[in-house]
Design a protein around this ligand. Structure first.
Ligand code: HEM
Length: 237
């Protein structure tokens, strides 16, 4: 290889890499098992009450799949087993990630946008670059851009905690000790509906995240997330 050593950086800490891949695995299982659970009860309600025949806010039947067909596609027993297993993996992994990062102060520098990055000029130029599907180059590629930082902050500190809280609000064993959690949502059915809506937002995030990975160079990005080594290509223009 002819690259000079200065073209390589260590992009992700060992903590970020291990927790990232555990999170990917648990997310895939949580999503798949969640779909299996949903297919066994393919309607969503708002408030405290929900049963077949009760007014819905969403039903799969409106999309051409009858309750019986949906039930056949789903598998609630398998889904519940794996959803509960990976919910714990997800929660414990998330805690390890946050505590480990809180201890390594570099995390805040890496993920919090700087004042300069938050300026309208930078915001606009990042939007334009993203809309043109252009990868960041040179110095710019050494750190996360402002849109990336904001989306990671939203996922880590809003969507993930929301999934966990709305998940706990659906667990009878947990709400028996803490019924306030159901009141917080105004009913178990609302918690369930919002859990599904938030899953869809996470799916949108994952699609955009993967698209960005391909635009920025999948091999380089994946190598960075596996062994940490990341190649800085070209200059900024
Ligand atoms: C972040 C990834 C996650 C995704 C994509 C996801 C997705 C889903 C989906 C689609 C359902 C089906 C909703 C239904 O029809 O009842 C569901 C149910 C559920 N989820 Fe999650 N979930 C995630 C994380 C969690 C976590 C972290 C917890 C626990 C803290 C949790 C607890 C639950 C519970 C208790 C149910 C109801 C299961 C049942 O009816 O037995 N989920 N989830």
């Amino acid at each position: 290889m002819s690259e000079s050593p200065k073209n390589w950086i260590y992009r992700h800490t060992i903590n970020a890499r291990i927790c990232h891949w555990i999170m990917v695995l648990s997310f895939v299982y949580l999503l798949y098992s969640g779909i299996m659970i949903f297919l066994h009860f393919p309607e969503l309600y708002w408030g405290k009450v929900g049963f077949q025949g009760y007014p819905t806010i969403f039903k799969l039947e409106d999309w051409g799949i009858s309750w019986e067909q949906s039930e056949e596609l789903g598998d609630r027993r398998w889904g519940r087993n794996y959803h509960y297993l990976f919910a714990w993996v997800f929660v414990i992994n998330g805690l390890v990630y946050l505590l480990w990062n809180a201890w390594q102060k570099k995390f805040y520098r890496k993920i919090l946008p700087t004042r300069e990055q938050l300026s309208p000029t930078n915001f606009k130029s990042e939007m334009v670059r993203h809309l043109k599907f252009k990868a960041a180059k040179g110095e710019q590629a050494k750190q996360y851009n402002v849109l990336q930082k904001l989306s990671y902050l939203i996922v880590l500190f809003a969507l993930f905690p929301f999934m966990i809280i709305s998940g706990f609000a659906q667990m009878p064993a947990f709400t028996a000790i803490s019924p306030e959690l159901i009141d917080l949502f105004g009913g178990r059915q609302t918690a369930r509906t919002l859990h599904v809506v938030c899953s869809l937002l996470l799916v949108v995030f994952v699609i955009v995240h993967l698209l960005e990975m391909f635009i920025a160079g999948a091999v380089n990005q994946l190598r960075g997330m596996i062994i940490g080594k990341y190649e800085i290509i070209g200059d900024e223009k």
